[in-house]
Design a binder for this molecule. Structure first.
Ligand SMILES: NC(=O)c1ccc[n+]([C@@H]2O[C@H](COP(=O)([O-])OP(=O)(O)OC[C@H]3O[C@@H](n4cnc5c(N)ncnc54)[C@H](O)[C@@H]3O)[C@@H](O)[C@H]2O)c1
Ligand SMILES: CC(C)[C@H](C(=O)O)[C@@H](O)C(=O)O
Ligand SMILES: [Mg+2]
Length: 364
């Protein structure tokens, strides 16, 4: 029995998650996986319904599940709430931290049919196949943060208020760095053995600890070919020559930014799935957000969420064949020329969210 909690959340989450769930149901039936699906409230939708973006019941339901499928949280309606109540912080970050999900795996793969969908030149992106391992429960996101009055002492010795001071703290500890590097090494062993550790060790103390730890671990793991790169260079190299990368491992905020950028190598942010792992129960979530600009219009690309279901089958349920059947179905639909707006190219057939979901299911 596979107990799966479904959390559609906000914006396009409400449109893409149902498509992914129907794919999951079909694959589960074909591969003999007995599903028990439950739906829960999260994000702005939960604030509107019960006054809290991560209701206690949702967290408890996560803990009783084998896996969680999340859409997205946040949107303009809740942007003006105090920081600690915003869905992104009070729901998503709290869920990741609460469940101990210290690693976010974001595979960035270009389906050959989408080579023209990328904003980058065809010869640059063709053959893109990498995975970014993003640290998910440390760094700036979770360090101490506060605001206070900013005062300076004037020439006459008076304290003068000059506005405010805002502080975010970037903390990493050796064990936090070791466990994410360990996952990167394990991932690399199943691929080419190459790991690029991305940091800002020329400026940041946390990055110096990161780099020293990575290099020490690499010395103990001779089968791993580890290199380190500064994050600014990495941002440039990702668009200059993405095929030099296989496994990238990096801290929380660098990973957030680099994966949105890397998504363009796969054609669109609507193509980038993810798995947040390392804790009590894994959370599968597309890398993109709630896309308020297209929400409610049936335009969103459900493939990142559908491909997140494939990751769930593979990582949580060890069902590699079932996972591959989803990836192959997606490939066949793309090969047949069907596209949502974000991956549309001249000559292709533009369809909406539900049609894309239905076509993938037809191919299963
Ligand atoms: N995991 C999450 O829940 C998550 C992730 C990122 C952003 N957010 C939140 O989402 C809201 C919007 O943030 P944003 O606009 O910066 O990022 P976003 O990822 O929601 O959207 C960025 C752009 O990409 C497009 N896009 C995203 N997903 C798409 C899809 N599946 N199909 C087609 N186009 C897609 C959007 O239309 C938009 O133009 C904010 O409240 C933000 O905090 C949530
Ligand atoms: C919504 C936000 C908190 C989140 C993050 O920064 O981790 C998102 O951008 C992501 O990439 O999953
Ligand atoms: Mg992000």
């Amino acid at each position: 029995m596979a107990k799966i909690l479904v959390l559609p959340g906000d914006g396009i989450g409400q449109e893409i998650v149902p498509e992914a769930v129907k794919v999951l149901e079909k694959v589960a039936a074909k591969h003999g996986l007995d599903l028990q699906l439950q739906e829960g409230l999260i994000g702005g939708a939960a604030i509107d319904a019960v006054g809290k973006s991560l209701p206690d019941e949702t967290l408890a339901m996560c803990r009783q599940s084998d896996a969680v499928l999340l859409g997205a949280v946040g949107g303009p309606k809740w942007d003006t709430l105090p920081a600690a109540q915003r869905p992104e912080v009070a729901a998503l970050l709290a869920l990741r931290k609460g469940l101990g999900l210290y690693a976010n795996i974001r595979p960035c793969f270009l389906y050959p049919a989408l080579v023209d969908a990328s904003a980058l030149k065809k010869e640059i992106v063709v053959g893109t196949d990498m995975v970014v391992i993003r640290e998910l429960t440390g760094g700036l996101y979770f360090g101490e943060k506060f605001r206070e009055a900013y005062t300076v002492t004037s020439l006459s010795g008076e304290e003068v208020e000059m506005g405010e001071k805002a502080v975010d703290t970037l903390v990493y500890t050796t064990p936090e760095i070791e466990r994410i590097l360990k996952l990167a090494f394990e991932t690399a062993r199943k691929r080419s053995g190459k790991v690029m550790s991305v940091d800002k060790a020329n400026v940041l103390e946390s990055s110096r600890l990161w780099r020293e730890t990575a290099q020490r671990m690499a010395a103990d793991n001779p089968d791993i070919n580890l290199e380190s790169m500064y994050v600014d260079n990495c941002a440039m190299q990702l668009v200059r020559d993405p095929k030099q990368f296989d496994v990238i491992v990096t801290e929380n905020m660098f990973g957030d930014i680099l994966t949105d950028q890397a998504s363009m190598l796969s054609g669109s942010i609507g193509m980038l799935p993810s798995a947040s792992v390392g804790g009590e129960v894994a959370l599968y979530e597309p890398a993109h957000g709630s896309a308020p600009d297209i929400a409610g219009k049936g335009l969103a690309n459900p493939l990142a969420t559908i491909l997140s279901v494939a990751m769930m089958l593979e990582l949580t349920f060890n069902m590699t064949t079932a996972a591959d059947s989803i990836r192959n179905a997606v490939e066949r639909v793309l090969n047949a020329g069907y596209r949502t707006g974000d991956i549309m190219t001249p000559g292709a057939k533009q369809i909406g969210t539900t049609e894309m979901g239905a076509l993938v299911r037809e191919q299963l």
